[in-house]
Design a protein around this ligand. Structure first.
Ligand SMILES: CC(C)(COP(=O)(O)OP(=O)(O)OC[C@H]1O[C@@H](n2cnc3c(N)ncnc32)[C@H](O)[C@@H]1OP(=O)(O)O)[C@@H](O)C(=O)NCCC(=O)NCCS
Length: 270
């Protein structure tokens, strides 16, 4: 997006009312012959309707539409439904780091419960760029077909691209090797909390995953608490993340940690 904006120009649409005042705008890029919407802002339902209708004209000339936008445009839910665009809500959750943090032993205990086999070699450490392949495999296995927003066909190459973008670009914050936690069992990555910093005082969980074989032993909760403890020590006050409202396991987990909704985004498919 930034490259387009500063070089050849970022495609978009703008709505003005009869007095010439701007009432809404949207921008998009065409990738893989699909319209990918990066933002849609409007303070008027008719403007929202005009923008979505115009985006659908672009999408129909290609292979459809995708997008990830803040759910702030007036009337957006109804307009999307009327235009046949499927929207999955993503909740933006946040909490005070100091309130989630627990003593450091909790993660070791959870891993001991999860690993069953006492002989398993467990290693917990910060993020390294060489972890990219292991992270892609873990996310593929952890999400399966439910990770279509990140890897539409759930293929390893898509997950590699996704993790590469996550750790080399700053759209979800700047990756923090010190705050992140990688869990290796016998040399294979089986759990990950990938943390970034968004701004001074604000840490973010860009991804969290636990291998299906290790679930429901408190590993994710302990990882979150560990990241929160590190973030708090590093001077951050807030910890945030995005979660699909359809991801019941994760929503329950974050609710249990005391995270509260502070905003809403929409993943679009049409
Ligand atoms: C979500 C995820 C990380 C949870 O990992 P986990 O190690 O199994 O979670 P924990 O054992 O720490 O669970 C802590 C609490 O979360 C909730 N929870 C976890 N899994 C749940 C499930 N399948 N259904 C309902 N609640 C669940 C429960 O409240 C649980 O406490 P309890 O076991 O005492 O009832 C894991 O399911 C996963 O990797 N999912 C795929 C990737 C993903 O969705 N990541 C989140 C991105 S926002």
């Amino acid at each position: 997006v930034e490259q387009a904006r500063v070089s050849w120009g970022l495609p978009g649409l703008i709505v003005r009312d009869g007095d010439g005042a701007v009432r809404g705008w949207t921008f998009f890029m065409v990738r893989h012959n699909r319209v990918e919407v990066g933002g849609l802002v409007s303070d008027d339902a008719a403007a929202t309707q005009a923008l979505v209708a115009a985006l659908m004209v672009e999408a129909r000339a290609r292979d459809g539409l995708r997008g990830f936008v803040h759910a702030g445009a007036v009337g957006i839910d109804d307009v999307l439904a009327n235009c046949g665009v499927h929207a999955e809500a993503y909740r933006y959750l946040a909490c005070d780091c100091a309130r989630v943090a627990t003593p450091s032993g909790a993660l070791d205990e959870a891993l001991a419960r999860a690993a069953h086999d006492g002989a398993t070699l467990v290693d917990v450490r910060g993020w390294r760029i060489a972890d990219l392949e292991g992270a892609a495999r873990l996310l593929r296995d952890a999400y399966g077909a439910r990770g279509a927003l990140f890897a539409p066909q759930n293929e390893l190459s898509e997950w590699r691209d996704y993790v590469h973008n996550l750790v080399t670009q700053s759209a979800c914050g700047v990756v923090s090797p010190q705050l992140s936690r990688v869990v290796l069992l016998n040399g294979r990555m089986q759990a990950l909390a990938l943390a970034t910093t968004l701004a001074e005082g604000s840490a973010h969980i860009a991804q969290l995953a636990v291998d299906p074989a290790l679930r429901r032993h408190g590993v994710a909760a302990a990882l979150m608490a560990d990241v929160a403890r590190r973030a708090s020590r590093a001077g951050h006050s807030q910890l945030s993340l995005l979660v699909s409202s359809e991801n019941r396991a994760a929503c329950e987990l974050y609710h249990g940690l005391g995270m509260v909704e502070t905003g809403r985004f929409l993943a679009l498919r049409g």
